[in-house]
Write a protein that binds this ligand. Structure first.
Ligand SMILES: C[S@@+](CC[C@H](N)C(=O)[O-])C[C@H]1O[C@@H](n2cnc3c(N)ncnc32)[C@H](O)[C@@H]1O
Length: 186
């Protein structure tokens, strides 16, 4: 699933509105109140903008493999945010650069999510948090490499990537898709 197909999805505005009502407030409450956040697969910067308007002391970096996504994201009115074109499987950041790494609706698009999660772990500080937000189960609104993603799948991927103290929130029900939120510590 490329960014271009994602933002052309007719339902994109509805989906983003649902994210703001359902899963993003849940993710937001998990975030540190200050420090450095990286979002992998940031698309046009919807989540970064949401966080920017709510956490004034968090510096924000978004990466996406799609140049057109990053171009759109960079037009947002988010002064504390930076956006870069990058592949989540090979992040252009030094070890220990971030306090928290978030990816939303990203892992289910990876043929093998573990190397991408290992890369997220590499750029985290010790005890930094990796938050994975994914469609729980599947409803056919976009194509995924992994259908029917369950908490046990994401837990396996996080453990294989080296994360510990893995925990999750109960599924967040939404009209387009049910959302799972799971995290682990470096
Ligand atoms: C379904 S969209 C989700 C966008 C956003 N995170 C959200 O929840 O609204 C998946 C995004 O991941 C990006 N992506 C796919 N493979 C990637 C990779 N290897 N590295 C970085 N971004 C990638 C796509 O370009 C797309 O913007």
């Amino acid at each position: 699933m490329t960014h271009d197909r994602w933002v052309r999805e007719d339902a994109i505005n509805t989906i983003i509105a649902e994210r703001k009502k359902g899963p993003w407030p849940v993710v937001w409450r998990l975030l540190p109140k200050k420090g450095r956040l990286l979002e992998v697969g940031c698309s046009a910067g919807f989540f970064i903008e949401y966080v920017h308007d709510r956490l004034a002391n968090l510096s924000l970096t978004g990466v996406d493999i799609s140049p057109s996504a990053v171009e759109l994201a960079a037009k947002r009115d988010v002064q504390r945010a930076q956006f870069r074109v990058a592949d989540g499987r090979s992040l252009p950041f030094a070890n220990g650069s971030f306090d928290v790494v978030y990816s939303g609706h990203f892992v289910e698009h990876m043929v093998d999510p573990v190397p991408a999660l290992q890369e997220q772990r590499r750029v985290l500080v010790p005890r930094g948090m990796c938050i994975v937000h994914f469609p729980h189960g599947d409803k056919p609104y976009v194509e995924h490499v992994h259908d029917n993603v369950r908490f046990v799948d994401v837990r396996d991927w996080l453990e294989a990537a080296g994360f510990r103290d893995i925990d999750s929130k109960p599924v967040v029900h939404g009209p387009a898709v049910d959302e799972g939120i799971m995290w682990g510590l470096k």
